[in-house]
Design a protein around this ligand. Structure first.
Ligand SMILES: C[S@@+](CC[C@H](N)C(=O)[O-])C[C@H]1O[C@@H](n2cnc3c(N)ncnc32)[C@H](O)[C@@H]1O
Length: 222
């Protein structure tokens, strides 16, 4: 049984990108420490240097989780909010290569989207995924359903907006995976909407080294 995630060039590109993410993050932290500040995510994604330059990516454990989720539901139509330099996109694209599906990623910063697409080419996965540059509220607005898997990893305050925008296009049994669930502002409403008491989703929070990931399965309606 083949697994694209284990293919030599995919392994090599993931290793290179995870290493680059760590190097940039460490340099950023050292700079902030020297300046007496703390690394914070409370920045506007459109204007902050953090969002323009840093990977802010999932780690290998979360990446393998994304691959496993997409592969286990044989996901054909995978949508990603917030691709950055495309590390999570690579994991999802590897799954899409194995299911015959496709990933549509989204990234506000054009330079990041271009690098994410170049990484997909390097990994031989450009036929399975593409990252669109621009605000996902616009670039993903017309995406076709049914959607099998929605991965939310862009601006935390927009998770709920993106979910509401795409909700009607999620098929029964689809998965909604939200990274950094522990960083969502309470007023964002996302966790209230998918959490206990929802008749549309069953949700569980899963702890990873870098925080909580929320996993929701979409229930059939009616
Ligand atoms: C946490 S990072 C994503 C990391 C990526 N998923 C990975 O694991 O490699 C969040 C990214 O979302 C982007 N972003 C935030 N809000 C966005 C929006 N409304 N539309 C498109 N991209 C957005 C930011 O520019 C940033 O690069």
């Amino acid at each position: 049984m083949s697994c694209t995630l284990h293919r030599a060039n995919v392994v090599a590109i993931l290793k290179r990108e995870h290493q680059a993410a760590r190097t940039l993050r460490d340099a950023h932290r050292a700079k902030q420490k020297a300046e007496g500040e703390f690394l914070t995510h409370e920045h506007d994604f459109r204007t902050s240097e953090l969002h323009l330059t840093q990977y802010l990516s999932v780690g290998p454990a979360t990446g393998r989780f994304l691959y496993a989720c997409a592969r286990s539901i044989n996901a054909q139509n995978i949508v990603e909010f917030g691709s950055s330099f495309g590390i999570s996109t690579l994991y999802l694209a590897a799954a899409a290569a194995d299911t015959g599906g496709r990933v549509t990623g989204s990234e506000y910063h054009a330079s990041k989207a271009a690098k994410a697409n170049a990484n997909l080419v390097d990994a031989g996965l450009s036929g399975s995924a593409h990252v669109i540059a621009g605000d996902a509220r616009e670039t993903l607005a017309a995406i076709r359903g049914p959607i099998d898997l929605l991965f939310l990893d862009g601006a935390k305050e927009l998770y709920f907006d993106l979910l509401l925008m795409l909700e009607e296009r999620l098929r029964p049994g689809a998965l909604v995976i939200a990274d950094n669930a522990d960083m969502l502002p309470e007023e964002a409403g996302f966790l209230l909407h998918v959490g206990e008491g929802s008749d549309r989703y069953v949700t569980s929070l899963i702890g990873f080294y870098r925080g909580l990931v929320s996993l929701s399965v979409v229930l059939p309606q009616g």
